[in-house]
Design a protein around this ligand. Structure first.
Ligand SMILES: Cc1cc2nc3c(=O)[nH]c(=O)nc-3n(C[C@H](O)[C@H](O)[C@H](O)COP(=O)(O)O)c2cc1C
Length: 158
């Protein structure tokens, strides 16, 4: 079974998760939508992933999914998001991906995320700093990548 792991990552968390999936899933190929395209018919499994900003997946990922919706529907699909609001991961997936693809998906999951202001620039850096202050004030924990979730997800595509 051939698997394409198709992702777009602005600050690197989804890219790291995609690489973890790549290490865990035999015969898999990484497709970074910032630089690559994907010949969907070549693959049996399609995994789609990206980081959430203001409740939305990256526009490049959204464009790819909506313009290839019919081809993607023919495959075993997996969807992941990286976000700071881990309990809302599946809500984000349901709001951003076409309903038929979500319905067909073998796995839908949040892998957690990262918000390190020092690694960010501009508005992202500002938002990350504000979020970090709020989290600290509330005594919460900064988001982190959930490697156990990634391993569980990968098991569905072996
Ligand atoms: C400007 C900005 C907006 C964000 N908006 C949300 C949001 O609406 N919901 C959420 O759960 N996380 C939000 N996050 C957290 C990101 O989803 C998290 O940093 C994720 O790891 C980013 O993935 P990426 O590094 O692959 O781009 C936001 C982060 C930034 C910097």
């Amino acid at each position: 079974m051939k698997t394409a792991i198709i992702y777009f990552s602005k600050t690197g968390a989804s890219a790291e998760c995609a690489r973890e999936l790549y290490k865990a899933i035999p015969e898999s190929t990484l497709v970074n939508l910032a630089i690559d395209t994907c010949d969907i018919p070549k693959f049996d499994n399609i995994i789609l992933g990206g980081g959430i900003r203001a409740g939305m997946i990256p526009s490049r990922l959204k464009k790819f999914v909506f313009s290839n919706e019919l081809e993607i529907q023919k495959k075993n699909v997996g969807i992941f998001v990286c976000c700071s609001d881990f309990p809302h991961s599946v809500d984000y997936i349901e709001k951003n991906f076409p309903p038929l693809i979500v319905k067909r998906a073998v796995c839908c999951a949040g892998f957690g995320g990262r918000m390190n202001a020092d690694e960010m620039k501009g508005i992202d850096r500002f938002v990350a700093k504000v979020a970090a202050k709020r989290i600290k004030k509330a005594g919460g924990e900064m988001p982190s990548i959930n490697y156990a979730k990634i391993a569980e997800f990968a098991a569905g595509f072996k």
